[in-house]
Design a protein around this ligand. Structure first.
Ligand code: ADP
Ligand code: MG
Length: 222
């Protein structure tokens, strides 16, 4: 699925000074393209991902998925579209701690009353090395295990777009390799449009393009 952002911007208005987290920017991500997003802490990377996932409302500009305009969807349509088409790995995982890893992973399917493709789900679990951990409550798992569970959940609905916010931030070198291999393999297999926020230079090399953000301004190979 192609993503088109036009004059997209986000300003947080709170108790203090307004924060211009993302200054107006325009870019296109082609269907199946793989993009890395880098930038210092606080530069606006997570904000960009949240906007692209329809999780936060833009202050200005527009986002289109193919020809579908996000701003023209109702909240329900947007939630439904996300559930069916977008996988998101949050920086802080956003797992439900009272559910087991397996229950968290299949949640997107349960919410859609969809059958569970056990072969596909088990393959992901196996590849992530989570097979002996799936009946543990995620609230009792290590950061690395939670990160992997969050990735499995993001892939379970075979998304057309995968947004990952520092998906290897809690992993050692070996596990980083395992997770990135799974992301790239699945992206290729399912022709997923991939956007990954990462600081890791050994990872950014694998992408088609790198977008950098500095103080809310997008640069790099936009
Ligand atoms: P990054 O992911 O690159 O570290 P963020 O996108 O999280 O950066 O944040 C960009 C800027 O927006 C920061 O200055 C941050 O403090 C601010 N910000 C992020 N979320 C909110 C929010 N919900 N309310 C107010 N300010 C926010
Ligand atoms: Mg962030």
């Amino acid at each position: 699925m192609k993503i088109t952002a036009e004059n997209l911007s986000k300003t947080y208005i709170g108790s203090g000074d307004d924060v211009k987290a993302l200054k107006p920017c325009s870019f296109t991500v082609e269907n199946g393209e793989r993009i890395a997003v880098t930038g210092e802490s606080g530069s606006g990377k997570s904000t960009l991902l949240h906007l692209l996932g329809g999780l936060e409302e833009a202050t200005g500009g527009s986002i289109k998925y193919d020809t579908l305009d996000l701003a023209k969807m109702t909240q329900n349509e947007c939630d439904d579209f996300r559930l069916k088409n977008i996988g998101i790995v949050f920086q802080s995982f956003n797992l439900i701690p009272e559910l087991t890893a397996y229950e968290n992973i299949i949640l997107p399917l349960m919410l859609q009353n969809q059958n569970i493709d056990k072969e596909y789900v088990n393959k992901i679990i196996q590849q992530l090395g989570l097979y002996d951990r799936t009946d543990h409550l995620t609230g009792e798992m290590s950061g690395g295990q939670q990160q992997k569970t969050a990735l499995a959940r993001a892939l379970v609905n075979r998304p057309k777009i995968l947004l990952c916010d520092e998906p290897t931030g809690n992993l050692d070198k070996q596990n980083t390799e395992t997770v990135m291999n799974l992301i790239f393999e699945t992206a290729k297999e399912l022709n997923i449009t991939l956007i990954v926020v990462t600081h890791n230079e050994s990872i950014t090399k694998r992408f088609d393009r790198i977008i950098t953000i500095s103080d809310g301004v997008i640069g790099g190979d936009v």
